[in-house]
Ligand binder design. Structure first.
Ligand code: IPE
Ligand code: IPE
Ligand code: MG
Length: 261
């Protein structure tokens, strides 16, 4: 692992979150409010994705993870699922080149087996093209479920070494979809619901949670900045007391002064 998990070590807290994870919810309600079909909301939602990616690049966020389709979204009417798959194909066809130009590394995380060959090919091509980029890593969670992720990691472990030795936290974390990525600092859910809906169950252990009523198609740069502002006002204690956090901060400032008088 290139970094330690929040439960193994207290991470450095920066003013700007390194990793933001978003449940992009409310597309259907956005469309309904305008007497439009749900798909119109999903289409507008793609624009918000573009805006969020741009804003994260500008702000120096290193990782952005977006929940696009959950393992439970297959329960929706078939017509909506089909439309979402088509939109995914179109978005990949249109956006991958631009992402690459902007130095974005694209990763699709989730159980890709259920997607058709066309989508899988686009995913493989997009990931291969952008592999060397490091300005921002954009993780799109598609057919993703937090429980599925933990289970596939456990099953990989069992396949690799059987059930003998005790499993460590790092053993498991290294086999999750986002292995090697620092845990999200900030989680945002748009659309008013206050739940996790089977998103990153393991990784959200010490993430700051932010819920907003803003529907995803209305989520613009100002809305993102409001979430980041809220994040900045929080005290991330990771189990410690408030006094310990202050002392640690003072010690870090003093150490920095010694290095650069
Ligand atoms: C989020 O918007 C997009 C997906 C889950 C694919 P919704 O489609 O869930 O929108 P609401 O929650 O019905 O408004
Ligand atoms: C969560 O939204 C999944 C995505 C945004 C992809 P849902 O709309 O599926 O969540 P629930 O059903 O309201 O919990
Ligand atoms: Mg929803």
């Amino acid at each position: 692992m290139t970094f330690k998990s929040t439960t193994a070590a207290i991470p450095e807290v920066r003013a700007m979150p390194r990793h933001i994870a978003i449940i992009m919810d409310g597309n259907g309600r956005w469309a309904r409010k305008r007497m439009l079909p749900r798909v119109a909301g999903h289409k507008r939602g793609v624009e918000s994705v573009r805006g969020a990616v741009r804003a994260c690049i500008e702000r120096g966020v290193e990782h952005l993870t977006l929940f696009a389709f959950s393992s439970e979204n297959w329960r929706r009417p078939m017509a909506e699922v089909d439309t979402l798959m088509e939109l995914f194909v179109i978005a990949l066809e249109r956006e991958v080149g631009k992402l690459h130009q902007n130095g974005v590394r694209l990763r699709i995380v989730g159980d890709l087996e259920r997607f058709g060959p066309r989508l899988n090919q686009l995913i493989a091509d997009g990931e291969a093209l952008t592999r060397g980029n490091s300005r921002l890593t954009l993780n799109i969670a598609a057919n993703y479920g937090g429980r599925w992720d933990i289970l596939q990691a456990v099953n990989r472990l069992l396949a690799e070494r059987g059930a003998g030795a005790p499993v460590t936290e790092a053993d498991l974390a290294d086999r999750l979809c986002l292995a090697g990525t620092p845990e999200p600092d900030l989680f945002i859910r748009t659309g008013g619901e206050q739940r996790i809906s089977n998103f990153l169950l393991w990784q959200l252990a010490y993430t700051e949670l932010y819920f907003t009523d803003t529907l995803w198609p209305d989520f613009d740069t100002a809305a993102l900045d409001a979430a980041i502002d809220s994040y900045r006002r929080r005290e991330r204690r990771f189990g410690r007391t408030s006094e310990q956090v202050t002392e640690a901060m003072q010690a870090a400032v003093a150490a920095a002064k010694r290095v650069q008088p």
